[in-house]
Design a protein around this ligand. Structure first.
Ligand SMILES: *Cc1c(COP(=O)(O)O)cnc(C)c1O
Length: 230
């Protein structure tokens, strides 16, 4: 078995063990974050059974996709979205996790081809407030969700968040809990959501404990990334 295959088995085992230990019954899907990784690494993960891959940088993602057309990969866009990139994102991904304003949602909706299923969307929520510019504020979340629910070529699935990095498990837990509470509040208002995209290599067990249904994992699967890029 390759290293990637070993790591994949370890992560899947940790996901199951965490669910059992915390009595969580939700389905937890693994999104393999392949940014900065070579096509060969994606092939190895795919061969080991992984089929959902996440990318942050459009140009890099399109180049990788072009070399991987032989594999039925489900591609997720998880990076910041500039409005001049919306057309290519809408045409080349099944999911977008990082929608945080209506203008971007409308552009994705308008560009989504009729021949494709609706684009599956998560709203990125800002729970770390301080320095982070990405993500809709909790105050504006419901209005944005309502507006996006009315866009026919988008399917609103849930929330995504990238908490402020910290090694303090309690702080991680508090931030994930905040996202979870936003998610529960939308469910209570009648939104039909099923996706909570929280948790990365360093904190995914805590995210699962707080209700994650997608964990986005890069370095724990593929190894450390070159430090020049995130
Ligand atoms: C890079 C990235 C990840 C994966 O991070 P790791 O710590 O390598 O697991 C997850 N989500 C987003 C949005 C990212 O940019």
């Amino acid at each position: 078995m390759s290293t990637i295959s070993h790591r994949l088995q370890d992560i899947l085992a940790t996901i199951q063990a965490t669910k059992a230990a915390t009595h969580c019954s939700q389905t937890v899907n693994l999104l393999a974050v392949s940014k900065t990784q070579k096509v060969q690494a994606v092939r190895e993960a795919y061969a080991a059974g992984q089929s959902m891959f996440g990318e942050n940088y459009l140009q890099e993602a399109l180049e990788k996709q072009a070399e991987l057309t032989d594999l039925p990969i489900e591609w997720h866009f998880i990076g910041p979205i500039q409005s001049n990139k919306t057309q290519l994102i809408a045409q080349n991904f099944a999911w977008v996790h990082s929608v945080d304003r209506l203008k971007i949602a409308q552009r994705l909706n308008d560009a989504r081809l009729e021949s494709l299923p609706p684009l599956q969307v998560c709203l990125q929520v800002n729970v770390s407030n301080e320095e982070s510019k990405s993500g809709v504020s909790q105050l504006e979340l419901e209005a944005l969700a309502t507006a996006i629910d009315n866009l026919p070529r988008l399917k609103l699935r849930g929330l995504m968040a990238i908490p402020a990095p910290t090694n303090d498990k309690n702080k991680q837990r508090i931030q994930f809990k905040q996202v979870r509470e936003c998610y529960d509040a939308l469910l209570a208002k009648g939104f039909a959501l099923d996706t909570l995209s929280i948790g990365m290599s360093d904190d995914y067990p805590i995210a699962i404990e707080q209700g994650a249904t997608i964990v986005r994992i890069g370095s724990a699967l593929f190894g450390a990334r070159p430090s020049t890029r995130l």
